[in-house]
Ligand binder design. Structure first.
Ligand code: ADP
Ligand code: MG
Length: 562
């Protein structure tokens, strides 16, 4: 094919792909426009996971009737005018790409009325071109309706997940902006149901109550901005170590109130919690970093969700200091001591064991096709309160107690579920489970499926569920943490993988003995015996190895004997 310039329709669709990845991207762009317009009330209505309808209504500045059509042109924006403006962006939008991108992949209607105008304007766009325009009454503000998203782009449509998952992403976007703008009244309706409503009081804690629930809100600690160092200023709230979570999804960062993803910032916060959280736990934090617009470049990605700081080190250390200071004033450090090692082997032996394992056992199973079943093993002791040392007919076995127990429980749960034999434990009093809007969307579509695993859960309104019974296996464990983690993993993984298997895996993980837990000889023997009977003893349900096997031959080679 000869070289040709693509026709404008193709160009528009390619460009749209960078901005509009999924329904939640549309919600993000429209909410950002409403915020840029100075709205104090923003309502988001969604049907069918955002594919059927997304309607965002605000009471912001509106668009003057003479400019409505122009707003849908590519690179048309009222927010910046020249190159200098690009150096110091104070609005959320500035690229003039969102409306044209949405129009390229959906049917769009807009009604808007600007300040000082008596009548508003209605504009409708079909397949990227204006299909109708007239004046229409409306109070000041803008409503954008997006219908049939991706209908003409089967490739995109195919990659969308279930309605529940897309709703989860949308709920997350609105939640994040509700946290960033506590002075704005947000409401989110998913298929007619209120998923989130914030009071717009201007107090961050009120938004946190709505997004994360009262229990979390009661355990949030306010960051004190450093008065002496005006830039960067770090404000917001972080969770006390008591309300940590198992996922990463509870860290919200805003730079000049723009919601951003940043691994380095997450690391700075995580570092500040060093020694305060149990292994595998992550903090909850809502942090806004304010700094002069010239100090940060927001123009590095079409979705504007990543930023570059001129002085990264200064920003990260300001975040670290602010969080650490808030935490140390609240909790004595360190709260969680490293697990004390039980001296089973003299230290010299342990040392040589650990060096040799790094050489010998980087792969999960030493032989390419490990024998499916385990030989009978003799327990020798426990290492680091985490590993069981055992001897078999052919050498030494180092068994990860948590991973091994997970494997055993996983098979037991799957077996019992298939026979409808899961033991259920009723709660003396029903307990409530508060979830985030995103988790709610998922739990609403899955709570009935949880019954076969022994959970009796019902919706209780207002992002709360009533739990009447739980599987006996995790009755004494952190089952609410397990449910939250399960929902988070569902939204992260989308709909991949088998849902039932995910539940069984999550239950097994939360009921299994932890690393750092001392076991009696009898407990270790029992666990090893159960593992011997497992169908696939070498890996945990997540696919990680349960054990390292050093054969007698490998040991001899290590010690230089032939
Ligand atoms: P950008 O936000 O980058 O400027 P958009 O394509 O999102 O680009 O929007 C184009 C223009 O339309 C904006 O610059 C703004 O002037 C106007 N606009 C869009 N949405 C709204 C709204 N909800 N209220 C007022 N003006 C809006
Ligand atoms: Mg915009």
């Amino acid at each position: 094919m000869p070289i040709r310039v693509l026709n404008p329709q193709v160009v528009a669709r390619i460009a749209a792909g960078e901005v509009v990845e999924r329904p939640a991207s549309v919600v993000k762009e429209l909410v950002e426009n409403s915020l840029d317009a100075g709205s104090s009330q923003i309502s988001v209505e969604v049907k069918g996971g955002g594919v059927s309808l997304i309607r965002v209504t605000d009471n912001g500045a509106g668009i003057p009737s003479g400019e409505v059509e122009l707003a849908f042109d590519r690179y048309a924006t009222s927010k910046i005018g020249n190159l200098d403006d690009l150096e110091s962006i104070s609005s959320l939008g500035f690229r003039g790409e969102a409306l044209p991108s949405i129009v390229a992949v959906a049917q769009v209607d807009m009604v808007t009325c600007a300040t000082d105008e008596r009548a508003g304007t209605y504009l409708s766009l079909r397949d990227g071109v204006i299909a109708g325009q007239r004046s229409q009454g409306r109070s000041q503000g803008t409503t954008v309706m997006v219908r049939s998203l991706f209908r003409k782009i089967p490739a995109r449509l195919k990659f969308l997940k279930s309605v529940a998952t897309e709703n989860g992403h949308i709920a997350n976007v609105v939640s994040q902006y509700a946290l960033a703008f506590p002075e704005v009244k947000f409401s989110l309706f998913l298929d007619g149901r209120v998923a989130l409503r914030t009071p717009g009081s201007g107090r961050l804690i009120d938004s946190i109550i709505e997004v994360y629930g009262v229990e979390v809100a009661e355990n949030m600690i306010e960051l004190k901005g450093e008065a002496t160092a005006p830039s960067p200023r770090v404000a917001g709230m972080v969770g006390s170590p008591k309300v940590s979570r198992s996922g990463w999804g509870y860290l919200s960062f805003f730079v000049n109130r723009r919601w951003v993803n940043s691994r380095p910032l997450a690391r700075a916060v995580e570092e500040a919690y060093h020694g305060l959280l149990m292994p595998g736990k992550h903090p909850i934090a809502v942090i806004n970093i304010s700094l002069p617009a010239q100090e940060v470049d927001v123009n590095i990605h079409p979705t504007k969700s990543e930023v570059k700081f001129r002085n990264e080190r200064a920003v990260f250390s300001a975040v670290y200091r602010a969080v650490r200071q808030a935490l140390t004033e609240q909790v004595p450090v360190p709260q969680v001591e490293a697990a004390v090692t039980k001296p089973i082997f003299p230290s010299a032996t342990r040392g040589s064991l650990s060096t040799s394992t790094t050489d010998i056992a980087p792969s999960p199973a030493p032989s390419p096709t490990p024998a499916a079943s385990l030989p009978v093993l003799r327990v020798l002791g426990q290492l680091d309160n985490s590993y069981i040392i055992a001897e078999g007919p052919d050498g030494l076995y180092l068994i990860d107690q948590h991973a091994a127990h997970e494997r055993v429980l996983f098979e037991r749960i799957e077996h019992q579920r298939s026979r409808r034999e899961i033991e259920i434990q009723g709660l003396l009093e029903p307990m409530t489970l508060e979830v985030t809007p995103r988790q709610e969307a998922l739990l609403l579509s899955h709570y009935q499926d949880l019954a076969e695993f022994g959970f009796a859960i019902e919706p209780f309104g207002d992002r709360t569920f009533l739990v009447r019974a739980v599987p006996a296996l995790i009755y004494n464990k952190d089952w609410s943490g397990m449910l939250r983690e399960l929902l988070d993993s569902l939204s992260e993984e989308g709909d991949r993988g088998d849902w039932a298997e995910g539940v069984a895996r999550s239950m097994a993980c939360h009921s299994a003995v932890r690393a750092g837990q001392a076991l009696t000889d009898a407990e270790m023997r029992e666990l090893v015996q159960q593992l011997e009977q497992s169908a696939t003893p070498h890996t945990c349900p997540h696919g990680r190895p349960t054990m390292i096997h050093l054969s007698s031959g490998q040991l001899k080679r290590e010690f230089g004997k032939t």
